[in-house]
Design a protein. Structure first.
Length: 367
């Protein structure tokens, strides 16, 4: 069993929550769960329905001594489809059901009655779901938009009845075909959230407080690192009926691109965003905000060059603390980056921030 890859402070919190000794090895299964648990990866098995069997039958009616064959064909088996549905934002509903099987086709009957086709199964997944063939490790489709669909397990063809085998030399065939089995496919589903803006930063930078002030999202907020354990989406409303979607991911630490603190699992959720909102605590109780900023930038480059190249808005949070203005000046001078000063707690600077994000998101529209 693979040990949990996390920052030591998070492991300490997790051990307290699970009553585990300090020297014990923790895995993901040891962490406390809830009904609202966010699931962004799941493995499922999809099975297409088998086709119905063909029928051997002959027409038997009064005054029709040689009616000939009238065996019907079997119906086609149902298929399994994956459909993007924006009423879902997690794969949690699939975590408890790993096998999805379509209905078998009906068997053929006499009097040339063909079997009924099996019912298809439509598995709903959130937009942004990447569908992989687990056995061949290849991407089948990226279900990026609402109603995007892929047939992952086609149903089997129905068998032919003896009517199909009638010929000039064989007027009374007594053969038929069995239905074909449906395709079985093992899938790995990986969710990558779709948002306009993505919040990134070190643990306890104030990202969760910020998204809770800007939207109706209510992530857990506390005064210890790694309070946020899963990504969170929120819709930010602006004046004149404007809005955009913001994603908050758990805090990143050095080595995140290698999986430290499960950073590699979280970074993929901001790969689709159009702008990165980099939140920096300019008045931390410990640590250096300049070094924190540089660490996150380094991790982005090591994880993905395209992610690091995304447009970025730097946000200096906790400006309500005494000395915030001087700390912001020192930060900007040391990094050469212009930052927007805010306080997620008091609301200072939030309107300026949201307007800046909107401006960046719609720069291409004005070109």
């Amino acid at each position: 069993m693979t040990p949990l890859r996390c920052h030591p402070s998070f492991l300490a919190v997790a051990r307290r929550a699970t009553d585990r000794p300090d020297d014990s090895v923790l895995t993901m299964k040891d962490l406390p769960t809830s009904k609202a648990m966010f699931v962004d990866e799941v493995d499922i098995v999809t099975i297409g329905g088998a086709g119905g069997n063909g029928c051997v039958s002959f027409r038997r009616e009064k005054f029709v001594p040689h009616g000939g064959p009238d065996g019907g064909n079997g119906g086609r088996g149902g298929s399994v489809y994956l459909v993007a549905d924006d009423s879902y934002n997690t794969l949690q509903h699939l975590a408890g059901k790993h096998h999805w099987k379509a209905q078998r086709g009906g068997h053929g009957l006499g009097k040339n009655c063909h079997g009924k086709g099996g019912l298809d199964v439509h598995v709903r997944v959130p937009p942004g779901t990447m569908v992989y063939d687990a056995e061949r490790n290849i991407l089948l489709k990226d279900l990026a938009a609402q109603d995007d669909t892929i047939c992952v397990a086609p149903g089997g063809a129905g068998g032919r009845g003896n009517t199909e085998f009638k010929s000039a030399t064989n007027q009374a065939p007594r053969q038929c075909e069995p239905g074909q089995p449906g395709q079985t496919r093992m899938l790995h589903l990986e969710l990558r959230l779709i948002a306009d803006a993505g919040l990134i930063g070190k643990p306890n930078a104030g990202k969760s407080t910020l998204i809770s002030r800007l939207s109706a999202a209510r992530p857990k907020i506390a005064a210890y690192p790694f309070t946020t354990l899963h990504p969170c989406l929120g819709i930010v409303e602006l004046s004149h009926y404007r809005r955009f979607v913001m994603a908050d991911i758990p805090g990143l630490i050095e080595g995140a691109h290698r999986g430290a603190g499960l950073g590699d699992e979280f970074l993929r959720h901001v790969e689709r965003t159009r702008v990165l909102v980099h939140v920096v605590d300019v008045c931390p109780l410990e640590g250096d905000p300049v070094e924190d900023y540089r660490v996150i930038r380094k991790e982005l480059k090591l994880y993905s060059a395209s992610l690091a190249a995304k447009r970025e808005i730097v946000v200096a949070n906790k400006m309500d603390i005494t000395g915030g203005d001087e700390a912001l000046k020192r930060f900007q001078k040391a990094t050469g980056v212009k930052a927007i000063g805010i306080s997620a707690v008091t609301g200072k600077g939030l309107e300026k921030l949201t307007e800046a994000i909107w401006k960046v998101l719609h720069e291409d529209d004005r070109d």
